[in-house]
Design a protein around this ligand. Structure first.
Ligand code: C2E
Ligand code: CA
Ligand code: CA
Length: 697
């Protein structure tokens, strides 16, 4: 019944608006609905089907509030519609949120009209424009703006949007302290006006460049800001579609600092903060290039602190470090700003000076350098005196490469050391020859033991009172196949330096003990054999065990072995040395102080260590017939030795007069060319037997 009524009604109503309906049906982007006085759908176009999801069939005859009005709104809509129908109160067009068939919100801009048809019935038409997409797009824009702002806020970088000519259009700066001018002045200013002149020039250059460049251009610069020097990295890109330039500026101070730290580590000495070996030598190679161009001289000063090792060993590394730091400061003070002072390592420094006008300049510099060390060092309330040895090489005369100059300055430094320290020495041709010789010796020494080139000679020692042979000193000889005979004075220091002295020293001990065994059997006597020990041999942990083993193997009593050491051994004051000396003593081995009278001849060593024998140096024996001083010194030495319970050996006795005086002075034993030169083992045994026969006869 009801459905017939409706369809009649609809049929009646539809006729009126046919043409309009055709038009609405064609425009499906807009939703058009028609309602009767009871708000039942009388018209529902395709646009409404699309927007609200109800088909025409579903919609027709259904009341609006049952279709697209969300329930909280229905009462209000019904009332508004009644007001319009009855009292002509129009429902204004507005944005509203309706709902579709699935219950989803549908945002629309809804306009309404009221018709009265030919049957005098009121009809409301609604025209709804979908706002959902627009709303979404608007929301997206707001969201994106918000997001960008959050990003800018969270990013320490500065953003500048500029016109092609550099005028700032917009900027973002979360951190205003990195702006060179107040932020209010930024917009409208040219970027070049916001920076100091030198940096604005850089910006201008890049502004020009970026326009013809795809991708970003990056450059770095630094600014002095109230909070300190700040390093920046700028990335500039051109946005061709807007004809604008975007520049992002990043504070890279931290990064800069850490790369600076790395650079410092790589090029500077951590202790003294001076350029390290690497950087100093790099500067030297740069100077060599420059000087070739300008025809200038370079002076290379190789500096070595005298006896620094002793300080380090006796006073500790901390004091040593402080001395090095203070030395670096003094050297820096002594030189010009443009000179390079570097630490090569340990207690070695290098000073490089370029552009010297006067031939005497290097000499003046060297004297200055020695001068700044004259003043004692004050370290931890202690006054220390430290001296320098300086070797000087001048480019181009003494070399035109880094390695030549360094090596030659080093050679000259050794020369300065041998001059008695606290001295400087220029590199000369003779030094070069000596250096080459040293190098050859070192080269030949490797393998010399294996090639059997070493031979131990023996020099007899005599009792002054009885004239009897009491023993011998073992003295090493080297018959080098390549270089001929080399004296121990020449090769022993090199063997010390290279460490070969350990193996060579062991060879001497073995040879000497076996020799003694043979000699004692031949002569049927007890003798002592004296063997020289170098400082370096004391650093050998195996020394004591080796000597003990060798004594057993050769069947020699410990008291028949005498070890000769020089003051140099004791001066280092190291614990392992006194430990070794004590251990040797406990084995029953005799200790002899060699070369007494030279060096420091500190009597305290004689008291401190338990020596058995004192050997007075040859140079004094040589002098006793000629001057009173030497005679007095020998006399005093003998007296002191005897008072401490030591026997005295005089070495280098060459003539009768010397022997006579030594006898008068109470010397116990003698050794020297007067009796015999050092002899090879077989010849020595012949000599000894022969001498014994004559002496006993
Ligand atoms: P040194 O221990 O002072 O040895 C004494 C040096 O004086 C020996 O020189 C010896 O040949 C020499 N000589 C002895 N009597 C006379 C003399 O009447 N007149 C002159 N003019 N010289 C005399 P040599 O053999 O050339 O040794 C030189 C230095 O080499 C030694 O001085 C010693 O310090 C070192 N040396 C030699 N052999 C060894 C060794 O096996 N080990 C170590 N560590 N050093 C050694
Ligand atoms: Ca000796
Ligand atoms: Ca000696």
């Amino acid at each position: 019944m009801r459905s017939i009524e409706i369809s009649n009604l609809l049929a009646n109503q539809n006729t009126t608006n046919d043409t309009l309906h055709q038009l609405f049906d064609a425009v499906d982007a807009i939703s058009v609905q028609g309602y009767d006085e009871d708000r039942r759908v009388i018209y529902w176009n395709t646009g409404s089907e699309k927007l609200y999801g109800f088909s025409k069939e579903e919609a027709l005859g259904t009341k609006i509030e049952k279709l697209i009005i969300p329930s909280p709104m229905s009462e209000f809509v019904i009332a508004a519609h009644q007001d319009w129908v009855k009292k002509d109160i129009e429902i204004p067009a507005s944005e509203m949120t309706l709902c579709d068939k699935d219950g989803n919100d549908v945002n629309v801009f809804s306009s309404h009209v009221m018709f009265t048809n030919q049957f005098n019935k009121r009809q409301m038409y609604c025209v709804d424009i979908n706002l959902t997409d627009i709303r979404y797009a608007q929301a997206q824009v707001v969201f994106k703006e918000h997001m960008l702002e959050t990003i800018f806020e969270a990013t320490p970088d500065l953003f500048f949007l500029m016109e092609k000519n550099g005028t700032i259009i917009d900027y973002y700066a979360s951190n205003h302290k990195n702006l060179y001018i107040p932020s209010e002045e930024l917009v409208g200013s040219a970027i070049s006006e916001t920076l100091p002149l030198d940096i604005s020039k850089v910006f201008s250059r890049y502004l020009k460049k970026v326009i013809n460049h795809t991708g970003a251009l990056t450059f770095e610069y630094e600014l002095t800001l109230p909070h300190g020097v700040t390093y920046f990295e700028a990335r500039m890109s051109y946005l061709p579609q807007y004809e604008q330039i975007l520049t992002i500026v990043r504070d890279i101070t931290e990064q800069h600092k850490s790369s600076e730290v790395i650079r410092r580590h790589a090029y500077y000495d951590a202790l003294t903060l001076l350029p390290n070996r690497f950087l100093a030598l790099d500067r030297l190679s740069q100077m060599i290039l420059d000087s070739e161009r300008n025809n200038q001289n370079i002076a290379v000063f190789f500096l070595d602190l005298d006896d620094f090792k002793k300080v380090n060993d006796s006073l500790g590394h901390e004091v040593g470090d402080k001395l090095l730091i203070e030395s670096a400061l003094r050297l820096t003070r002594a030189m010009r700003k443009e000179d390079t002072i570097g630490r090569l390592g340990g207690d070695e420094f290098i000073v490089l000076s370029q552009g010297l006008n006067d031939k005497n300049d290097p000499l003046t510099i060297a004297e200055n350098l020695l001068q700044v060390f004259r003043e004692p060092f004050q370290i931890d309330g202690r006054e220390l005196i430290l001296t320098l040895s300086i070797g000087i090489a001048i480019s181009p005369e003494n070399g035109q490469t880094v390695s030549d100059l360094l090596r030659n300055a080093d050679t000259a430094m050794y020369q300065a050391k041998s001059l008695g320290r606290n001295a400087y020495s220029f590199f000369t041709k003779e030094m070069n020859t000596a250096m080459i010789r040293r190098f050859e010796i070192e080269e030949q020494m490797h393998g010399a033991l294996e090639r059997d080139e070493f031979e131990v000679y023996y020099q007899p020692q005599f009792d002054v009172k009885t004239n009897k042979v009491i023993g011998a000193e073992a003295l090493l000889r080297w018959h080098s196949a390549a270089l001929g005979n080399i004296t121990p004075d020449e090769f022993i220091p090199i063997a010390e330096h290279t460490g070969l002295i350990i193996a060579i020293g062991e060879f001497v001990v073995k040879q000497a003990l076996n020799f003694l065994n043979e000699w004692q059997h031949v002569d049927n006597e007890q003798y002592t054999i004296a063997v020289n020990l170098s400082p370096r041999q004391f650093r050998d942990k195996n020394l004591i065990d080796f000597i003990k083993g060798s004594l057993e193997q050769a069947q020699i009593k410990a008291s028949s072995l005498e070890l000769e050491i020089t003051e140099g051994v004791l001066m280092t004051g190291q614990a392992y040395i006194s430990d070794a000396l004590q251990a040797l003593q406990q084995l029953g081995i005799k200790l002899s102080m060699d070369d007494f009278g030279t060096g420091y001849s500190s009597l305290s060593y004689l008291r401190q260590y338990d020596f058995d024998v004192l050997k007075i140096d040859r140079s004094f024996i040589n002098g006793i017939t000629k001057n009173k001083e030497d005679r007095d010194l020998v006399k005093a030495s003998i007296a002191i030795a005897h008072s401490l319970g030591l026997d005295v050996v005089a070495e280098g006795v060459e003539i009768t007069e010397q022997l006579t005086i030594l006898e008068e002075l109470g010397c116990d034993y003698v050794q020297g060319y007067y009796f015999s030169k050092p002899l090879p083992a077989d010849r020595f045994i012949d000599f000894s037997s022969h001498y014994k026969q004559i002496n006993e006869a």
